[in-house]
Ligand binder design. Structure first.
Ligand SMILES: Nc1nc2c(ncn2[C@@H]2O[C@H](COP(=O)(O)OP(=O)(O)OP(=O)(O)O)[C@@H](O)[C@H]2O)c(=O)[nH]1
Ligand SMILES: [Mg+2]
Length: 242
């Protein structure tokens, strides 16, 4: 009776929403701080090194935990991870591609590791992160995905710097060039800020040292070789004529 009930509950309800990723493709997972405008309220502005370090540590931990992880890129309160499962015939996909497992476990591992690394934030509640997963089959689109996140990094970074020097109302409707001009008028130069706060940071695999945090990443669309050297290419389709 109990076993029958369990089988029926699983089949009728649990398995009904079971979603599976396709195999042999690029998988991207993005993790983002939940309500971080609140969580970061008392932190150093415009850029908080302690926050960035804790995000990097959480990303490093996740890179080591996720089967098939190749690369991670982070900025502001988010980190994106690239996973692949096509390098070898018998390569595994994390949780066999079970979407609910992938998003829930990635968010919880990242959340746990971040809070551990960050420590207490005064009286505040612990930080929480959401997670989403997507499949991007084309290698060039994976590259575009990371170009997009880095463009967002630079825009966020400029906005953070501007909002540390001007009230919200004065910045509303201002273009990127105008924000740069406003900052220059106060003797502040965005270009002189730390590279990783302008471009974001990466966790990548180094042949000698294993997983490493990289604070000196290039501007992706000025140095295409960086991402192209990291994003794995699919092996040739065996059906293709010789
Ligand atoms: N003080 C400070 N804040 C930061 C730093 N990096 C990111 N943030 C804040 O993190 C927030 C990230 O914004 P979003 O992810 O768009 O918004 P959110 O409030 O997290 O909301 P959801 O992601 O939708 O849950 C922004 O409000 C930034 O101000 C930092 O170095 N210092
Ligand atoms: Mg957020």
């Amino acid at each position: 009776m109990k076993d029958d009930l369990g089988r029926r509950m699983k089949r009728d309800y649990e398995d009904a929403l079971r979603l599976q990723l396709p195999r042999r493709t690029h998988v991207v997972i993005r993790i983002d701080g939940r309500g971080f405008h609140k969580f970061t309220a008392g932190l150093e502005r415009p850029y908080c090194r302690h926050l960035a370090d804790a995000l990097d540590q959480a990303a490093l931990y996740l890179c080591q935990e996720m089967i098939g992880c190749r690369f991670a890129y982070g900025q502001s309160d988010e980190y994106s991870f690239l996973l692949t499962d096509f390098e070898r015939e018998d390569a595994a996909l994390w949780f066999d591609g079970n979407v609910q497992k992938i998003v829930s476990v990635s968010a919880s591992l990242f959340t746990g590791a971040f809070n551990w690394a960050f420590g207490s934030n005064g009286e505040k509640s612990p930080a929480a992160f959401d997670s989403r997963v997507m499949v991007i089959s084309q290698r060039s689109e994976v590259e575009n995905y990371f170009l997009w996140r880095q463009l967002d990094a630079s825009a966020n970074s400029l906005n953070m710097l501007a909002s540390a020097h001007f009230p919200h109302g004065e910045l509303a409707g201002k273009s990127t060039a105008e924000k740069h001009d406003m900052l220059h008028s106060k003797g502040v130069n965005w270009a002189k800020q730390a590279a990783d706060f302008k471009r974001g940071r990466a966790v990548r695999r180094d042949e000698a040292a294993g997983w490493v945090i990289d604070l000196e990443i290039p501007i992706f669309n000025r140095n295409r070789k960086y991402l192209q050297g990291i994003i794995p290419a699919m092996p040739q389709d065996p059906l293709r004529p010789e």
